[in-house]
Design a protein around this ligand. Sequence first.
Ligand code: HXC
Length: 257
Amino acid sequence: MSSTYIIVTKQDGYAIAQINRPDVLNALNMALMAELVDALETLDKDNDVRCIILTGNEKAFAAGADIKEMADASAMEMLLRDQFARWDRIRKIKKPIIAAVSGFALGGGCEVVMACDMVIASETARFGQPEINLGVMPGAGGTQRLTRAVGKVKAMEMVLTGRVISAEEALRYGLINKVVPIECYLEEAKSWAKEIASKPPVAVRLAKESVLKAFDTTMEGGLEFERKNFYLLFASDDQKEGMSAFNEKRTPGWKGK
Ligand code: HXC
């Protein structure tokens, strides 16, 4: 199911979707984003896949939306193109997505990373929202997700100065989960994906949904939502299996329902 710009491979219960437009540092043009979102949605429906890794190459995860494709557009063309509506569909993917990042994750590239659920980075990874240097600002979640991830003052710094931060800084600010040497970033992401793929999939799905709910609800509404999902899991075979296995001191065998 690979396409022009996205290479998809599957193994051990997870899939890797690799952005592949290396001659322009994986700049995200509209065709690439259409393929990326299609690939993620296909993997979301694939029963062999329980976790997705999204990656680029060692030099770039993605250096942003394709500047050449936007440079001459009018506001009306941008509005009617509505290209970022497609990006919103990443938020609807139910399976966990781990971004494995090396090199540049800038502008739209950083925004795609932030739309993922966890982030493993190589020591060479660089994160930033440099749109201000192009006379614009983040347009695919940068002002919202970055602020929620790193807080107001750091988000202001990155968005208003366009300053690019290192992997170590990103780790310190809570933007990413882990930094590893460049030789290991994909292997590390694979080991996280394999671990998540070994968990009961319905519980994983509802847990992801519940964590994401925290971003767009009140505490009261979120706690209510969490509780309903928790109760719902008692309708799954996997809850009976997980708790029986604990009591019988054996390893559970998940059915995924
Ligand atoms: C189109 C891009 C690109 C981009 C790099 N390239 N980034 N093309 N859109 N975002 C192309 C370059 O034009 C060049 O092509 C090739 O990739 C290699 O890039 P260089 O600049 O030669 O590499 P280097 O000197 O190593 O510098 C790397 C870089 C720089 C620092 C990442 O490329 C850069 O600043 N890129 C733009 C980063 C950016 O501003 N991103 C935000 C984009 S706006 P040629 O053909 O010349 O060899 C955005 C808006 C999001 O993302 C809004 C909502 C989605």
